[in-house]
Design a protein around this ligand. Sequence first.
Ligand SMILES: Nc1ncnc2c1ncn2[C@@H]1O[C@H](COP(=O)(O)OP(=O)(O)OP(=O)(O)O)[C@@H](O)[C@H]1O
Length: 450
Amino acid sequence: MNDIAEKWDEILYTVKIEHELSEVSFSTWLKPLTVHSIQENTVYILVPSQQMGLNYISKKYTLPIKVAIAEITGRNYDIEFILPDQAQSIEAAQKPAASSLNESIERANLNPKYTFDTFVVGGNNNFAHAASLAVAESPGEMYNPLFIYGGVGLGKTHLMHSIAHFILERNPETRVLYVTSEAFTNELIEAIRNGNNTAMTKFREKYRNIDVLLIDDIQFIIGKESTQEEFFHTFNDLHGNKKQIIISSDKPPKEMATLEGRLRSRFEWGLIADISSPDYETRMAILRKKEELDGYTIDDEVIKYIATNIKSNIRELEGALNKLMAFSNLEKREINVALAEEALKDIISPDEKKEITPQLIIDIVAEHFHIKPEDIKGNKRNSEIVLPRQIAMYLCRDMTETPLKAIGNLMGKRDHTTIIHGAEKITKEIEKSDTMRNTIEVLKKKISPS
Ligand SMILES: Nc1ncnc2c1ncn2[C@@H]1O[C@H](COP(=O)(O)OP(=O)(O)OP(=O)(O)O)[C@@H](O)[C@H]1O
């Protein structure tokens, strides 16, 4: 909408020039016209009164305006002229344009908790934070794309979402879309698999008709040729139209050795900001913030114990606090350092190197599918749970040496044949579905980033 509305004078002027309209024709027929709205692919143009002769305008100017819009915006739209009373019924039929902020947040795919307010700024992330705020304040203007990189669980997604929330709070009508590169790839695979132009057109419309695109974990498109190709065109289209692009990755563009050169250079066009591991003070502040947000109070010594022992991953830092709370609730014991040592013995080990265990796999699969680890271990049979559960079974078999019986025990005391059955289902699925293959590949990289 913004594009055409913003450039409306230029569009009308182009019609005037190209069709050599006299000043009087221009001010009689074209100048009073305004853009009412855009729905799907149709631009509704408001003719202020019936006296102006809607039929005449429609006959004479539909094509010239259509051509001028295509010339100026690079896109083809259908044109419909409407009178004020029709405008009212269109407004009623349309989804309310100024939908509530919550709806916009949901549509954009955002986690409501990931805002600037809940983000703790420290030495490890202050540059990335300042860059994100600058982009949030003037999207599409200063730093495009913004490329945020850093290790696992250090707050890249949180920062990206914060930018999106900030933009939507200022203007809930901004078309914002957050997507992981895995979801982008899977949608593309589906569109290609459908084999018809409509699916592909829909895919492109979805990704190109937006004002702000946030794409997370871009490293997963490495080695996927068609995804890189499609993303390249999406990038060019959005960037060319001054739409903001925000990208996250686990490494800077120059270290993405096998990424196509033309994409790598584009990623370097804007601003690159890194997030590193938080220092002790920042870790303490993050734990304190979480305590405040979740509404409980924990002894200083316990917070210090966690902040001293978990250093390189904020997700683990938060996970430790959650685990301690759950442990204390279940065991009905007071929280102190001794309880923390007991509850966190699997997480805090002298050796920081992470072993791949079935529990780690369950945690990562659950997070990936936005469900709880307990759901994977539990008995719910709805498809949103069953599929992740089978994937966890497959990965436990594939990536660990853990005996089937032990995997079964951990997964809600299931029989070893259930584990074999679940894992085999996924093996078959991988053979026939590119989407499943992609998801498994992404999960494996999350479980074992090296
Ligand atoms: N500076 C911070 N202040 C408050 N919470 C933070 C901060 N950094 C990270 N977190 C929290 O840590 C968790 C992990 O962060 P996030 O998911 O943003 O990491 P990431 O870098 O995107 O990880 P991945 O590489 O796995 O995609 C989230 O719950 C997030 O809210």
